[in-house]
Design a binder for this molecule. Structure first.
Ligand SMILES: C=CC1=C(C)c2cc3[nH]c(cc4nc(cc5[nH]c(cc1n2)c(C)c5CCC(=O)O)C(CCC(=O)O)=C4C)c(C)c3C=C
Ligand SMILES: [Fe+2]
Ligand SMILES: [Fe+2]
Length: 353
């Protein structure tokens, strides 16, 4: 019997107000996030975390003082186990490895070893590859696996930005939200879909990160699956947290543009597949307030995928095809071949500057 451990890689989030500061310290001392010389990073990272603690705590306070990410990721794992169950000769078990808060990679690697996995599939819950997310998690996993002495064959499902089934599952959710939004708007009211992705400092994209290009591929695939001729839509970026220039247009700028044009908005989070502080607070509270204040004639949001059955089925298909090597395998396996630019991956392309 083959025992396949599917390790869900995710960001993690604080589980109490006291955890916000150490969570932020873990995030801002990650070399994939804070790209400054190593001797400055611990000091600068801790300083930025100290500065960010209060606003972040205030955000988490709105959703009960903690991130919902762990529960939602565990539920996705259970649903995925259900979708993969019953295969002859193979048993699947899902594990969760968070990058910046518990359970960390070494906790997950220990569990995988104890379970007696004969094979590992790393499944990042980020549809698009970024050196700051999947790349960073892969590095952390490799270090943890080496430390724990877990040495079974391992594959990484590095990115799935334009997978047909993922795009169809997302499009079905957008279609349902479009229908609800249109039903509550006055006849003839113009509506635009904002596909809002987490932003990234522009320098990181210039260094070869394929994230922005992959976000655009996701949006193109979802719009194609939606099949709504003439759909007014735009890709934009939210959650800027450092003073550098981040990729744009920003979601806030798009809200202002919609207000000026008297266009209603349906906002669809496109780079993260669970609800979290940036959907529940930034999109649902902060941006909604801006939209109301500026006079946007309607503001709606598409829910995140969470454990939506069609979405989970798309992950199951991706996992099966990757294990069977039917899906073009990314050269980014084991974190050794293209950890920096990821450019030699067959399904990653750096966006032209
Ligand atoms: C330079 C800083 C950051 C980069 C680069 C970055 C990239 C990045 N992040 C996500 C997804 C999430 N990030 C989340 C929280 C979060 N991210 C940063 C900073 C950067 N992220 C901070 C400081 C925080 C903490 C919250 C805050 O201070 O406001 C989350 C939410 C986690 C939760 O709610 O539990 C997600 C999700 C992506 C996809 C990405 C790059 C592509
Ligand atoms: Fe982030
Ligand atoms: Fe890839």
């Amino acid at each position: 019997m083959e025992k396949v451990a599917i390790v869900l890689l995710n960001l993690g989030g604080p589980d109490s107000p006291q955890a916000v500061r150490p969570f932020l310290e873990n995030l801002f001392t990650d070399p994939a996030i804070l790209r400054v010389p190593g001797f400055i990073r611990p000091w600068l990272g801790k300083f930025i975390a100290w500065r960010r603690e209060k606003p972040a705590q205030e955000n988490y306070a709105i959703i009960g003082g903690r991130s919902p990410l762990l529960e939602l990721t565990v539920a996705q794992g259970q649903a995925l186990e259900g979708a993969l169950a019953g295969e002859e000769g193979r048993e699947y078990r899902c594990f969760v490895a968070m990058r910046y808060w518990h359970p960390f990679s070494d906790e997950a690697a220990r569990q995988v070893k104890e379970w007696g996995a004969t094979r590992v599939l790393l499944l990042p819950l980020y549809p698009q590859y970024s050196t700051t997310t999947t790349g960073s998690s892969q590095t952390a996993w490799d270090e943890a696996a080496a430390k724990i002495g877990l040495s079974v064959p391992s594959q990484t499902l590095c990115c799935w930005h334009s997978d047909d089934d993922f795009a169809a599952a997302t499009a079905a959710m957008v279609r349902e939200s479009l229908r609800q939004a249109q039903a509550s708007l006055a006849p003839g009211q113009k509506l635009r879909v904002l596909f809002s992705a987490h932003g990234l400092p522009e320098t990181i994209v210039k260094q070869g990160d394929p994230y922005q290009w992959q976000v655009e591929q996701t949006v193109a695939a979802v719009v194609k699956a939606l099949d709504e001729p003439g759909l007014d839509h735009v890709v934009c970026y939210q959650s800027r947290v450092t003073p550098q220039k981040w990729i744009g247009p920003s979601t806030e700028a798009e809200i202002e543009r919609a207000a000026a044009g008297k266009v209603a908005l349906l906002v669809c989070p496109i780079a993260f597949v669970s609800e979290h502080s940036e959907t529940l607070v930034e999109l649902d509270v902060e941006y909604r307030e801006i939209a109301d204040h500026k006079g946007v004639p309607g503001y709606f949001r598409v829910p995140a995928q969470n454990s939506d059955a069609a979405f989970i089925a798309s992950l199951a298909g991706l996992a099966r095809r990757t294990l069977a090597a039917e899906r073009p395998l990314c050269s980014f396996r084991g974190g050794r071949q293209c950890p920096k630019t990821h450019t030699d991956c067959p399904h990653a392309k750096v966006r032209a500057a």
